[in-house]
Design a protein around this ligand. Structure first.
Ligand SMILES: *Cc1c(COP(=O)(O)O)cnc(C)c1O
Length: 401
């Protein structure tokens, strides 16, 4: 491992991302497109390397981001497939989106008007692009989207008549597809299907891409796949929730995080550890300092013994508070732990006694221990943690990413 990654690095297994997406695809009827959701820098895993890899797959129709800037970043990195911005996009971004064929989600009349004006302006300058839009429909989330009612119908007709706009898709988002009881999601799906049927029947316009499924419904509501599914969290090897089936699709973890012990010392009984002295040694102890903290996105809520790391394949419990850039763990039971030894924050320890004894920390477990979502953790892991990408069992060079 390169010296510059000694403090901390996250290893992203691109082979696992690839097989996770492929497993999703294979679980659906042939012809279902995948819209790979890579918002928030691909949930913290790296939108660019993942999109560059997946754009080569014919079944990946394109990519979804939350903001226009995330879409621009992908274009700059050479991602040429369609990109849909899932949220509301503010008007400052429209000119560039038009030039780069980035699809906005639409659900406001003023937005249709402004998009159309940008197209006309560009035509006067010799451009011939149009906006391919996806209409967002609110079927129970109350976030963004037109309602599936008469006004929604009117919005659809207005979009069809608006110069410079082509309705390429229509979508809704489930509020409760990750629960054991799927009544609510089934109802939303029914409302959405009926609404889309009505739109098409009344106007005679065929909407090419209808989509509503996220990861949870890809797994547990295969009947809702429609033309395309939006695959996010499972792509990154994480489960949407505890209530989603685990036996239908195989998902492998993608991220491991490694650090190295920066300091080791013995402390005597009665010695406080870290800010506030919230932990006081009740006996003689061996303590290792890890040079990572909440400034990296490692949750402060793991303080006070809630979290642990793996050293020499054994669990080492966090002592006292996690600081911004460092935290301490108990290695009293790991006498051979030394300064410079590897520390696993997320991942599997290679078993010293064969695979049967492998200790591991999953993102799920770390999320549970810290009182957060699994992907809240990966999204918050910030740029101070370098990402290394592994493909075919080998770490890629920057030029290969
Ligand atoms: C984030 C998001 C998704 C992806 O959801 P996952 O549960 O991560 O698969 C799909 N659709 C919309 C609208 C989203 O905002």
């Amino acid at each position: 491992m390169l010296e510059e990654y000694s403090r901390v690095y996250a290893k992203i297994d691109l082979d696992a991302v690839h097989s996770n997406v492929e497993n999703m695809y294979n679980a659906m009827p042939r012809g279902t497109n995948i819209l790979a959701v890579v918002k928030t820098d691909g949930y913290g895993f790296g939108a660019v390397p993942i999109s560059r890899m997946l754009m080569k797959e014919p079944y990946v129709w394109g990519f979804a981001t939350a903001t226009a800037e995330e879409a621009f970043e992908l274009r700059e990195a050479g991602v040429s497939k369609p990109i849909l911005v899932l949220g509301y996009t503010f008007p400052y971004a429209y000119d560039r989106m038009l030039k780069e064929n980035i699809r906005p989600a639409v659900f406001r009349y003023d937005m249709l008007k402004q998009l159309s004006e940008r197209v006309k302006k560009r035509r006067n300058l010799g451009g011939n692009e149009v906006f391919h839009v996806h209409i967002a429909v609110d079927c129970g989330m109350s976030r963004i989207g037109v309602r599936p009612d008469a006004d929604g119908m009117n919005f659809f007709k207005t979009a069809l008549e608006t110069e410079g706009i082509e309705v390429e898709g229509i979508f809704t988002h489930f509020a409760r597809a990750d629960e054991a009881d799927l009544t609510n999601a089934h109802d939303s799906h029914k409302i959405f299907s009926r609404f889309v049927n009505d739109l098409e029947a009344e106007t005679g316009y065929h909407i090419p891409l209808k989509h509503c499924s996220n990861s949870a419904s890809i797994i547990d509501m295969p009947e809702a796949h429609m033309d395309m599914v939006r695959c996010g969290v499972t792509m990154y090897g994480m489960w949407p929730s505890d209530e989603v089936s685990r036996d239908k699709i195989k998902i492998s973890p993608v991220m491991s995080i490694y650090s190295h012990i920066s300091f080791i010392k013995d402390i005597s009984e009665g010695t406080p550890v870290s800010y506030g002295g919230t932990f006081v040694a009740d006996k003689r102890m061996r303590v290792a300092t890890i040079p990572v903290g909440y400034g990296d996105g490692y949750p402060r809520s793991l303080s006070g013994g809630r979290g642990y790391v793996l050293i020499h394949g054994e669990k080492a419990r966090i002592l006292g508070r996690v600081c911004m850039d460092q935290f301490m763990v108990d290695v009293s039971h790991i006498p051979n732990a030394m300064e410079g030894d590897e520390v696993i924050l997320i991942g599997e320890a290679e078993g010293e006694f064969g695979d049967d004894f492998v200790e591991k920390i999953t993102v799920e477990e770390l999320g549970d221990l810290s009182g957060r979502f699994n992907y809240e953790f990966t999204c918050n892991l910030n740029h101070r943690v370098p990402r290394l990408y592994e493909r075919d069992g080998r770490i890629l060079k920057d030029s290969e990413i």
